[in-house]
Design a protein around this ligand. Sequence first.
Ligand SMILES: Cc1cc2nc3c(=O)[nH]c(=O)nc-3n(C[C@H](O)[C@H](O)[C@H](O)COP(=O)(O)OP(=O)(O)OC[C@H]3O[C@@H](n4cnc5c(N)ncnc54)[C@H](O)[C@@H]3O)c2cc1C
Length: 411
Amino acid sequence: MFELTGNRTEHEQMKKFYNLARVFAEHAWDSMLKPLVAKNEFKRRFQNDEVLREAWRSLAEEPLGRAIERYLQNDLVRGLVLTDAKIGVFTHPHDPSLVQNRCFLYHLIGNKTGEWKVPVGGMGAVAAELEETARKSGAEFLTNVELIDVDLGGKKKIVEFQVDGKRQSVEARFLLVNFGRNVLAKYSGRPYEPNAADEGSVFKINMLLRRLPKLKATKYPEAEAFRGTFHSEEGYEQMNASYEQAAKGRLPEKTPCEVYCHTLTDDSILGSDLRQQGFQTMTLFGLDAPYSLFAKENDAMRTRAEKKFLLSMNQWLEEPLEDCLAVARDGSLCLESKSPVDIEQSLGMYHGNIFHDAPTFPFAEHSEQAGTWGVETEFENVFLCGSSAQRGGAVSGIPGHNAAMKALETL
Ligand SMILES: Cc1cc2nc3c(=O)[nH]c(=O)nc-3n(C[C@H](O)[C@H](O)[C@H](O)COP(=O)(O)OP(=O)(O)OC[C@H]3O[C@@H](n4cnc5c(N)ncnc54)[C@H](O)[C@@H]3O)c2cc1C
C-alpha cells in the first residue's frame, strides 16, 4: 500500500474502513441462521458506540460510495474495495437501491471475517459429500428431470415430471424449492415482478491453460501474482465510466475484470496427469456486462465481449492468454465464455443473476418479514431453500438450513 500510494495514511484509512465491515459482521453473522430481525431492532445493535453507528450508517443506510470516498483517496484502492460491491450485479457506488451495499456485505461478512474458503477437490466434492450423507439418510435422487407441472395450491403439493422418457408424479406436504422465484412464478402461473437491481451483470470466461502466462511486470513470479485475485481495469473512476457506458447500452470501452487461478490454491481440482504437466485453470469474471447488452444478439455480443475481456488481461502479459490455452482432443482451444443470457438459458438464473436475484440485507427490510425465516412463499408449505430466499446468494447453505428449520417448525 505504501509503494502504491506513497504514504501510510491510505493504509490506516483502509484498515478503518474494513473495520466497519468487521464490526458489522460480528453483529450480523450469528443471526443468519435464525428468523429475520426487524430493521429497527437490528439497528439498535449498532447504537452502542461511534464505530458501530458509523458501520450501520455506511453499510446499511447510505450508498457505499459515500464511505469509500470518505475513507479512501487513492483511485486504485477505492476501485479494489468497490469490486466486492459489483461482482454479479449491475450497480455503481451511489446506487440508491443500495444493491451495491448488499452485494458488498455478502462478500465481507461470512464467518464474521469475510474469509473465503475454497473446498478441497472443488465444488463437486461438496455436492458429493452432501449427496452421500443424504443417501445414507434414505433420500432418493433423480437428476435430468424435466419438470412438467407443479400444483402448489392444495394441502398436498403435486409435482409432475418426466425422467428417462417416463412421466411420473410425487405428492408431498412440504415442497422446498431450489430454483429462483422467477422459475417458481413460471410454474405457478403467477407474474414475476423483478426490479432493476435483479438484473445480472457478469461475463465469465473459463480457461484451461498449459502454463501460466508470463507477466510484463517482473517483480513477482506468475505463480504468486495469480494466486489471489488479479484485477484489470478496476480503478474507481474507470468503473464509473464502464457502468455509465454499459447503462447506455454499450459494451464498455475498457472492460473491468478479475481473474482467479484456482489450481494455485488447490490443484486437486485437476487430474494428476494434467497437474504433472503444469496445467492450470483460470477463471475470468467480467463486470459491467449486464444482461440487457446481450439480450438482442447474444452470439455476436459474446464474441465481442470475449475479445475485449481477453484484451483487458493481455495488456499486462508478455504473451497473450490465447497462446497459453490448452488444446482439446478435437483441436479446439480450452476456453468457454458465458454471458448473462447463457447463464439464464442453462440454469434458469433470472437475467443471469448469479445470486438468482438481488442480494438482500441480513435483516427484515419490511415489517411483515420480521420473525419469518425469509424462505416463505405465497404458497403454504412451499419454501425457498436456494439463493432466492432472503439471505440467499452464494454458496452458503443458509437458505437450505432456514427452509429445513421452517419445515421442522411447521410439522
Ligand atoms: C459464474 C458464477 C460464478 C459464481 N461465483 C461464486 C463464488 O465464487 N462464490 C459463491 O459463493 N457463489 C458464486 N456463485 C453463486 C452461486 O453459484 C449460487 O449462488 C449458487 O449456485 C446458488 O445455489 P442454489 O442451490 O440456490 O441454486 P442453483 O445452483 O442455481 O440451483 C438451481 C437448480 O435448479 C435448476 N433449474 C432451474 N430451472 C429449472 C426447471 N425449470 N426445471 C428443473 N430444474 C431447474 C437449475 O438447473 C439448477 O441446477 C457464482 C455463480 C455463477 C453463475
